[in-house]
Ligand binder design. Structure first.
Ligand code: F55
Length: 832
């Protein structure tokens, strides 16, 4: 072998400082095509990413080969969203070469932190659901589970949010603009996916009735693979994202005149399928492109899964022993009909057998109870876009309802609720019901949410299949959300209890006994202060507002939604502002209210709440009479990268959704793990957070889910009376309605006031206001006592071990998937 080639091959694996440095210089020249003098920060990012990528390829292939050779059972996580964020810091930390990389860059005169900043944030998701999928990828790889993520390689991720005159404006998010060094295009991994056309009936070779889908339009799904590095770098799994390609008819076709331009246009239209992520975290009622996206990636993934299975098997009997497919919400639920179609129509499996295999293979996670967020596709659209699937769904439904009829004993209302078809109004396919019926397990994402699933949306199904619903309380990866994002605290923790907590977060409990140690408290506060300084600098850069580092950082970061009640928070801010102005001689606890979050572009009320927060911020921040004791900021473009700066710096975590409406929350976990105290309702996983951190270390307020339910049912709630009896609430609302915050347009907030009064205050903002203010007062009072506050903050961190996504994922693995850790064999490293 050529000596130079050989030396380079070794270089690609070297993990020491010199080897890394030589790799960087080589990559910069030969792959990025720049010399060191001309290189931009972005060039260096690409250089470093490519060099780091070299160092994980061997182990990636070892991992894949081991799974193949052992024919291990794999789990396939099907998700329309993977909110993975940046990957460089994550890859370095999980490979354990952060320090070496930093030193190697130092020797070239570069700072790793600057290089890291040049990476775009991969925003292939809306919020919690997408970020959960990313945390699960990290946990599967770190737990050595044979897990694959399957999704769409959107060209445009979640829109970039800017504020113009305080209003949200959306801009396209072009994360692929300068190329993506982490992905491997696989032009040979290509599957056809069909749409439209019609179904033909025919007699098969043994004279049985059979169906084929003909005259359909064809799109190709092309794979792009991204390695998913587990902690320690031993297991490296795969995230496979599909991109739409026009079929080769276009390339081979020959055209005359206008036909050529038409054909190119058609190609562009076809490839629009994977162009953009739908920016709604709740609903995008009945958009055909969205249905096509769902089917596109689900079909390609299932074809890929079956191809892999057939490498070792000649019939489908043991598919459920070799593949577990998890549906991340109903977005991929069409996969149930698609697997039936593939098995029955394409592979000749008999219906009943195919159904048993399908049900044993799939499981489904529900992430919301909000009725408007439950997917229901118009039958007429489904018939047109996926005619064979519509037939299959009818067939599944007929067989199911026939069997249920016997037990329903003439209860037709019950049968119509169980039906896969909603017959009220325009007929629709209920994807939740399809997902439930086609899965052997169905889970909620917190204890409360799972109970409510049983009582509400799936009550009838639960009665029919009492074993099927189970709970898997969400978790977060401690690698990204503590080890990487909060280095000051991570270092402090490791200095006291070692670094075992990174892979086994339960160990963090050992910090609890340090909560009474004054020296430890001081160091804990110092770490928090460092993070707050970093956030303050970020706030100044992003908004121009100067905040006091030693003020109480009160943080609400999440999608803008009425049920999450950012409105409750800003109303309390107005009330506090009034109190401060009324009592200028009182020594107030300085408070900084920090908001961040995107509104769906078509969600007018959420956008109006954004404008309100910005308007209130402008008035408060410029009012000298509050002596800088209150600042309000709304940070633009909240994403994973911003979250990594915000979470470590928070003192108080706002988790104030109307009880019964937030399925779980995961930001609540990130904040508590980083030592923020929660102010929250008994909703979602807040309930379990309270159980773990202890009632004394959390501020709980407001109506419970049961009380909310009763209140709504009794109709006995009059927001106008509540407002009239609470002077501080009334005053805040009057200020909004008289244009104190919108002198240029005094009626701007009429829709908000309307919703809170005549609208019946559906989210019970006014009902919870008084108790919320009391809880806020309690938090401010406690903050004066920095020792007590720190003690409780430490106890939060110490007691959050259970909320690691490693715990969650191992529960899925043992209780739903029956998949087991497989340690990759690394032959290259054992050779002499
Ligand atoms: C995205 C698209 C559609 Cl069509 C519907 C919902 C979403 C979405 O993003 N949902 C979402 O983020 N749900 C959240 O899931 C989290 C993870 O389970 C929960 O913690 C959170 O409570 C829930 O709102």
């Amino acid at each position: 072998m050529d000596a130079r080639y050989k030396s380079r091959e070794i270089e690609r694996r070297s993990l020491d400082v010199d080897g890394l440095k030589r790799s960087f210089l080589e990559w910069l020249v030969y792959s990025v095509g720049k010399d060191a003098r001309a290189a931009t920060r972005r060039d260096w990012f690409h250089t470093v990413a490519l060099a780091v990528r070299d160092r994980l390829v061997d182990r990636w292939m070892d991992t894949t080969r081991t799974y193949y050779q052992q024919d291990a059972k794999r789990v396939y996580y099907l998700s329309l969203e993977f909110l993975i964020g940046r990957l460089l810091t994550n890859s370095l930390a999980n490979l354990g070469i952060t320090d070496q990389c930093r030193q190697a860059l130092d020797r070239i005169g570069l700072n790793l932190d600057d290089v890291v900043e040049a990476e775009p944030d991969a925003a292939l998701g809306n919020g919690g659901l997408g970020r959960l999928a990313a945390c699960f990828l990290d946990s599967m790889a770190s737990e050595a589970l044979p897990g694959y993520g399957y999704g769409i390689r959107y060209e445009f991720g979640l829109f970039e949010q800017r504020f113009e005159h305080g209003w949200q404006v959306e801009y396209p998010e072009q994360w692929l603009q300068f190329g993506n060094p982490w992905e491997f295009p696989r032009p040979e991994v290509l599957y056809p996916v069909q749409f439209y056309g019609r179904v033909e009936e025919f007699r098969d070779s043994v004279g049985e009735r059979a169906y084929r889908w003909v005259d359909a339009e064809r799109v190709l799904a092309m794979a792009y693979d991204t390695p998913v590095v587990g902690y320690g770098g031993d297991t490296i799994n795969t995230l496979r994202l599909w991109s739409a390609r026009a079929t080769r008819d276009f390339n081979f076709g020959h055209f005359n005149d206008g036909a050529y331009m038409k054909a190119v246009e058609q190609k562009v239209l076809t490839e629009n399928l994977s162009r953009v992520l739908y920016p709604n975290d709740a609903t995008e009622g009945g958009k055909e492109l969205r249905l096509k996206q769902e089917y596109f990636f689900t079909s390609a993934s299932l074809q890929d899964i079956l191809r892999r299975y057939l490498q070792h098997h000649s019939n489908f009997d043991s598919l459920p022993d070799k593949a577990a497919i998890q549906l991340n919400d109903t977005h991929p639920a069409i996969g149930i009909a698609e697997l039936m179609r593939l098995l029955v129509d394409q592979h000749g499996v008999l219906w009943d057998k195919a159904w048993d295999i399908t049900r044993a293979t799939f499981s489904y996670t529900n992430h919301t109870l909000l009725p408007e967020a439950l997917e229901a596709w118009p039958v007429r659209m489904m018939e047109r876009v996926l005619p064979r699937h519509m037939q299959i769904i009818y067939e599944i439904n007929a067989k199911f309802l026939n069997r249920s009829k016997a037990r329903a004993a003439g209860d037709n209302a019950r049968l119509s609720r169980l039906s896969l078809i909603d017959e009220r109004g325009d007929r629709r396919v209920r994807m939740g019901n399809l997902a439930f019926l086609g899965s052997h397990k169905v889970n909620g994402v917190s204890a409360l949410h799972t109970e409510l699933m049983k009582q509400t949306v799936f009550a009838d199904f639960h009665a029919e299949f009492p074993e099927r619903i189970n709970n898997k309380t969400n978790g977060i990866t401690p690698r990204r959300w503590l080890h990487q994002a909060n280095q000051p605290l991570a270092a402090l923790i490791t200095s006291r209890i070692g670094n075992g907590w990174i892979k086994d977060l339960g160990q963090i409990k050992a910090l609890a006994e340090k909560a009474d140690d004054l020296v430890f408290r001081e160091e804990f506060r110092r770490a928090k202060r460092k993070n707050k300084k970093r956030l303050a600098a970020y706030i100044a850069r992003q908004t121009g507002v100067d905040v006091q580092v030693d003020s109480l950082f009160d943080v609400q970061v999440k999608r803008m939604h009425e049920y999450k009640r950012q409105l409750l928070n800003i109303l309390q801010a107005i009330a506090l502002y009034n109190e401060m102005r009324d009592n200028p001689t009182v020594s107030w606890v300085p408070v900084t209210k920090i908001f961040a979050g995107k509104a769906a572009p078509s969600y007018h009320m959420a956008k109006l709440i954004i404008k309100l927060i910005n308007d209130v911020a402008k008035v408060v921040n410029h009012d000298p009479s509050v002596h800088d004791n209150l600042k309000i900021v709304l940070l633009p473009n909240y994403n994973v990268t911003a979250a990594e700066i915000i979470m470590p710096a928070a003192d108080l975590s706002e988790q104030i959704s109307t009880a019964g409406m937030e399925a779980s929350g995961t930001g609540n976990m990130k904040l508590a793990l980083n030592g923020a105290l929660t102010i929250g309702t008994l909703d979602g996983a807040n309930v379990e957070i309270r159980e773990h951190v202890g009632d004394d270390n959390i501020f709980i307020f407001g109506l419970t889910a049961e009380e909310v339910n009763d209140l709504r049912a009794s109709g006995g709630f009059n927001p106008r009376e509540v407002i009239a009896s609470n002077p501080s609430l009334k005053r805040a609302l009057d200020m909004i309605s008289t244009g104190v915050f919108s002198p240029d347009d005094p009626h701007r907030y009429h829709p908000i006031l309307q919703a809170l009064t005549d609208g019946g205050d559906h989210f019970l903002v006014t009902a919870d206001f008084a108790e919320y203010c009391e809880a806020q007062q309690e938090a401010m009072d406690l903050y004066r006592d920095q020792e007590e506050w720190t003690r409780k903050a430490i106890l939060n961190t110490a007691n959050m071990g259970w909320f690691s996504s490693d715990r969650t994922i191992m529960e899925y693995a043992t209780e739903i998937w029956d998949v087991h850790p497989v340690k990759p064999e690394h032959p290259a490293e054992t050779e002499g």
